[in-house]
Design a protein around this ligand. Structure first.
Ligand SMILES: *Cc1c(COP(=O)(O)O)cnc(C)c1O
Length: 371
């Protein structure tokens, strides 16, 4: 890499991402037109509130939703969406966070869906009401958890978290019945592109996506789509006003413009061609690595249940563990990050999502060099 490149000057080592849209490595890579949109946004001063509204309207129209709002990430989106369900448009309630005694301060979620992003919501001062157990979840479990303090129901639509949970359609039906909003965390659930409108068309009240994963927008961006009235309330919980719980999650004009450009680009893409491209890359990885003695298979759906294939390699009984391979690949030149199976088995995977065509031979060469 160029000696003057910022990463060279800092002594920080970049690598090829054959793993996934992991937040810890930067999420994804912004195409030039998105960087250009951010550059243009940075050139001038504007009323941030106006920009928020105009971009929200534009994204809503593009994604076939009643309303939309840019956030500083999906985790921020979760916090803001829940805050909106608690405070509505009441300015007194809005200033109550995180002391919510006497307010609707309970968030219902499935026990099997508890995960690290709960912290983003917990900081509001809510209490969690868990439903379901090891044996699964019944409609009665959910019905019984709903009470006068219920603010909303949170649902994580990620394949790792839906086993043992009620189907989303069932959760939406019960939420409707009781007038309780259902918030869906779909941060990484693209493709299919239709998910941008499918959840809301199914009846989810607010749906949250990451801007910096499959959408390839700025890493510090995210998206809330959903019912007009609720999105308006979300807007009241976030910056630029200084007295909101969402103020530390403010969105800059560059991120707003970048996310809009990313969504425009994503919707314009030929998704069928992209799907075929990913299949071809998976096939290439499996074939080329088979000639080096690796046992690979096509896996589908994607790592968190998305509509694309990736390649999984089984190292059980082999001389090296998947973890050793990962370390060697990461230490090589060029460095390559590969994924480790989420279920903890001795397997690694190669994901086509963030691999450029010209990086494919480099990855294969690196495997050859391992011997
Ligand atoms: C990545 C992810 C988030 C957080 O997304 P950010 O945009 O990085 O804030 C939240 N929930 C799930 C399920 C995720 O996969």
């Amino acid at each position: 890499m160029d000696q003057n490149h910022i990463y060279s000057r800092l002594g920080v080592h970049p690598f090829i991402n054959a793993a996934d849209s992991y937040t810890t490595i930067g999420g994804s890579r912004m195409p030039p037109e998105i960087i250009e949109a951010m550059r243009q946004a940075a050139e001038h001063f504007v009323e941030l509130d106006d920009l928020h509204d105009r971009i929200g309207e534009r994204i809503a129209a593009l994604t076939r939703n009643e309303a939309a709002m840019v956030t500083s990430g999906a985790a921020a989106g979760l916090a803001i969406a829940v805050a909106a369900c608690i405070a509505g448009d009441d300015p007194v309630k809005r200033r109550a966070f995180p002391r919510l005694n006497g307010l609707r301060n309970e968030v219902i979620l499935h026990r099997c869906q508890r995960n690290g992003f709960d912290r983003a919501v917990a900081q509001l001062g809510v209490t969690f009401a868990e439903v379901g157990g090891d044996a699964g979840t019944s409609v009665c479990d959910l019905e019984e958890a709903i009470g006068p303090r219920t603010a909303c129901i949170l649902y994580f639509d990620t394949s790792a978290f839906i086993r043992g949970a009620l189907p989303l359609a069932e959760v939406i039906r019960i939420g409707r019945l009781h007038g309780i909003p259902v918030i869906v965390d779909a941060a990484a659930q693209l493709p299919p592109v239709d998910n941008l409108w499918n959840y809301t068309q199914q009846g989810a009240d607010l749906v949250i996506f990451s801007g910096g994963k499959t959408l390839q927008g700025p890493q510090s961006s995210g998206l809330i789509v959903g019912r007009r009235e609720l999105v308006r309330m979300c807007r009241m919980q976030a910056g630029p006003a200084s007295d909101t719980v969402g103020r530390p999650m403010k969105v800059g004009r560059e991120e707003m413009a970048g996310l809009l450009a990313a969504i425009e680009r994503y919707l314009m893409q030929d998704h069928e061609a992209l799907r075929c491209r990913h299949e071809r890359v998976v096939e290439t990885f499996c074939r080329e690595l088979a000639s080096l003695g690796y046992k690979g298979v096509r896996e589908y759906p994607g790592p968190t249940g998305q509509d694309y294939a990736y390649a999984m390699f089984d190292m059980r009984g082999a001389s090296r563990t998947a973890e050793t391979i990962m370390r060697l690949m990461k230490d090589g030149d060029p460095a390559v990050l590969i994924g480790l199976a989420r279920d903890g088995t001795d397997q690694f995977f190669l994901n086509p999502l963030h691999v450029k065509d010209e990086e494919i031979p480099l990855i294969i060469e690196r495997f050859k060099a391992l011997g």
